[in-house]
Design a protein around this ligand. Sequence first.
Ligand code: SAH
Ligand code: SF4
Ligand code: F3S
Length: 451
Amino acid sequence: MELNINSLRPLTGDGRRLFVETYGCQMNAGDTEIVVAIMQNEGFVYTDRIEEADVILINTCSIRDNAEQRIWGRLSEMRRYRRRKPSLLVGIIGCMAERLKERLVEGENGVDIVAGPDSYRDLPRLVREAGSGGKGVNVLLSSEETYAEIAPVRLDKNGVSAFIAIMRGCNNYCSYCVVPYTRGIERSRDPQTIVAEARSLFENGYREVTLLGQNVNSYSFGEVGFPDLIRMVAEISPLLRVRFATSHPKDISDRLLETMASMSNVCRAIHLPAQSGATSMLARMNRKYTREWYLGRVEAIRRYMPDCAITTDLIAGFSGETEEEHEQTLSLMREVGYEFAYMFKYSERPGTFAQRHLPDDVPDEVKTARLQQIIELQNELSEQSNRRDVGREFEILVEGVSKRRDDQLFGRTSQNKVVVFDRGTHRVGDYVRVRVTGCTSATLLGEEIFQ
Ligand code: SAH
Ligand code: SF4
Ligand code: F3S
């Protein structure tokens, strides 16, 4: 147990065990590590065994209806744990807490604690309140909170790659999206604290950091913009790889591309969610760019970094989507030749502009069929991209031992593709030059190149 030497008052946790279950995006995974840091400082002890827990927090996602349905399922299972340990406290934190607020304490699966993404510093108090028979609820959003100085407790540790949240919130209000409502307005974290966190990771053996935010390229703190921040982090060491996610196409500037191209440890991979290939649809989505503009940015990326991988997010069946618009999404995919894509069926979210003004009118069978076409096409494109890599050389950063064979390691290329190769004398955290000799649908197979 960590002692809080600054205070003589009893710590809320007093050795009680905390378990946190995390759903949703990387931002949520990062927040869980901040929550654990805050709670440990109050005398709670983190456990990865739910049966042992005195407090269970579920860090939730609201992005699509099925994400929330999963959480409701989980909440009904909590009854079993409560039966075994009547003093157990259960809390919902994260995006669903922000969206549903007090409603989550009601009913037979009602929870004891509800905390939105900006109120984690208040969690110890909320737990105290719940512990004395009340309900601990705080869903206030903040225009300033970035948890800047809190050192996250690294939970999912391979000891090589880590995520660093550089901003929170989103101001883009894409018409289908719930994030601006659950995460509040955009704010950037002090660059000095970001660089200090990255440097400390590097000194502790980490070799890759991913700078995280809903729209990282609108990062701005005083004079420091995103390209400046990338440079500051990449200058820590040429042995530290730098990645970032996610970029909004409207903000992917030439200055950013120029900075990336000038530093070989900034990875050659850009996640550039298109959502749709049709300008008319992009307008309904409030994405603030056209198909042509998007393709112009893709061309710029290729001009600055011919070997840069481009990946994307796509939504099938948003309001009013015609067959023609769907075809344009397929043609955009072919034109760009995405390395990888996350693909979703539109799910209407309460409170969004689309839910209020744009009918969810594409029949579910049509959405499903279109999504299926998108997935099949992406599988072909990913396979083509993997086949193109056969015979090429890459430097990979070793992340772990292969799941299938323990005499093999796996690592990633700068383009973020996984390569499996014979271990030799290498260890996790090494850089190794490999030649790709073959591929499966998801993985490249390689062999080490000896100079
Ligand atoms: N900020 C990031 C994405 C965050 S959400 C960005 O703008 O790129 C991740 C992805 O979920 C989005 O890119 C979008 O493709 C998808 N998504 C968001 N809202 C959705 C909804 N209502 N239905 C289906 N997919 C959605
Ligand atoms: Fe949602 Fe759009 Fe913000 Fe991404 S940019 S989080 S899709 S509103
Ligand atoms: Fe989900 Fe919230 Fe992330 S809605 S995708 S957990 S920002």
